[in-house]
Design a protein around this ligand. Sequence first.
Ligand SMILES: NC(=O)c1ccc[n+]([C@@H]2O[C@H](COP(=O)([O-])OP(=O)(O)OC[C@H]3O[C@@H](n4cnc5c(N)ncnc54)[C@H](OP(=O)(O)O)[C@@H]3O)[C@@H](O)[C@H]2O)c1
Length: 157
Amino acid sequence: MSIIMVAAVAKNGVIGKDGDLPWRIPSDLKHFKALTTGKTVIMGRRTFEEVGRPLPNRRNIVVTRSTIDGVETVPTLPAALALAEGPVALIGGHAIYAEGMDHADTIHITRVDGAPDGDTVFPAIDPARFRLVEERPGERTPRDDYGFTFETWRRAG
Ligand SMILES: NC(=O)c1ccc[n+]([C@@H]2O[C@H](COP(=O)([O-])OP(=O)(O)OC[C@H]3O[C@@H](n4cnc5c(N)ncnc54)[C@H](OP(=O)(O)O)[C@@H]3O)[C@@H](O)[C@H]2O)c1
């Protein structure tokens, strides 16, 4: 089963602030949609609350100790992975990414060219476990708060 992680990460590691993204980068949302459409997306409860509704054209599974109407919920990441069929995308937040390091074969990072304040960070990528295999500049439009680069990391060995 293919398991990818998808995250937008600032130069200081920040991914979130006050339950939201610390930036508006519509071009990256398109990239996120392309990477995740057709897959099962697995996310933590706060990330689901930020998105506000199940993401369309994807099976949505939310990791939480409670239940949420209108979406599949499970108490742990392994339970979510056991439930998923076909390709999976882990889409945050911090604990899902940290635990996901043991499961993901590929990590897609949008490296945001800024260092905004935030309260949630992406966990360190262990260079012994993942290798940076591609770095591609993104095309910034006037609607994007920052420039960005698309990085692909693959599990080493
Ligand atoms: N830049 C990006 O790419 C990106 C991506 C995703 C999110 N974000 C940002 O990150 C922030 C949200 O992330 P977060 O780390 O604060 O929260 P989160 O991981 O989305 O949600 C945390 C909640 O999820 C449940 N949970 C997560 N991992 C679990 C585990 N291993 N076992 C059991 N339950 C688990 C718990 O829910 P219960 O308390 O309900 O039990 C926990 O309180 C927001 O600011 C969001 O905008 C950014």
